[in-house]
Design a protein. Sequence first.
Length: 444
Amino acid sequence: MVKRNKFSFMLVLVLMVLSLITAACSNSSNNAPANKPDDSKNGNAGEETDAPKKNVTLTYAIWDKIQQPAMEAIAKEFTAQNPNIKVKVEVIPWGDYWTKMSAAAPAGTLPDVFWMHGGQFATYASGKFLEPITSKVEAGEIDLNNYAANLASIYTLNGENYGIPKDFDTIGLAYNKELFDQAGIPYPDDTWTYAKLAEVAKQLSQPDKGIYGFGAKMDTQTGYWNDMLANGGKIISDDMSKSGYDDPASIEALQARYQMTVDGASPTHQQMTDMEATEMFKSGKLAMIFDGSWRISDIDSSDIIKGKWDWAKLPMGKAKRANIINGLGNVMSASGKNKEEAWLFLKFLGSQKAAEITAEMGAAIPAYNGTQDAWLTSRPYLNLKVFTEQVADATPYPSGSMSYPVWFAKEPEIMSQAWGGAISVEEGAKKVAEMMNQAIADTK
């Protein structure tokens, strides 16, 4: 009995020793301590992991061909850090962009990552078509305080974050220096008022030669929204519960802009429909026009006016100097098949490096704090600082409500009747206000 117990004891001891040897060999082959963090969960772009990485091609949709080179440069830099992830930049013109996106969203075929506009955001976020990034923000993978003017708030809905700010834009007064020189009129400066703008526009107009002083186009962001605010009116109330189009100050500003077409200081609405106002400016047919910072490369590409034009601030109104500020965001699809890789690219798009590439190539004013200086010097012959200096005067683009997509789509249908002379400007403004208030009520 004693021998049997002794034999059993020895057998157990041998088995234990063999077990320890096996475990040691296993740990040696893994060559990693048990408490090593799982690299596959690390969101840092370009960081190596032990696990093999699958090759992935992401789609990145944008609408501006002018910015395509910069976006492709950013994608190339990202792939250099993440060799297994390639990015195909797809340009869909603005006129087709949202038509295609609205069809792709319910079909689950949205691009992996794509540009988002504040005016469209609520529709896509509320439809669950965008991947929330709130958990990434809370985990500290991205710091939304790195971006100017609280731009990240544009892409937040019901406490959820969905987008990373890409850039921001404001509006400037572009002017043709050659036409001013020929008329012997000093260039626009910070002292200009709307009354001065109208006065000089008349002086510069030569309708018999097809040249006009100002393009008083029927437009919101690059047009009369700025006028309405400068005159003391509103586009919509601060709490977005009531239209501001029927405010007397708003109506007065709209009438003043339209009057320029009546006075011959501006082309007619039909003329600016036949040939878009910016194209008229590029062809040397307009002395002045309000336009956005995103049009700089486009305007500067014109051989006709290159070297003959510049920017000034928008004029002072009766109440203040006003401006509309907006910011594009990058978002990712909720139905994407490569979300981990899409997130890495989305995060890189929001990085300082991506912002620096955007700035150095003059594509847009980057949203990332501290990177705007490179953009300001990207075209030293143009007075680009007017766009960053006017941020202090700017009002955010009024898209932060579920009613916006409804009323914004209908607004030009009414205002085109006024600009075309079918109804008065006052009647048009009041009709827009009535329509907006109904849209607000219907989407509460």
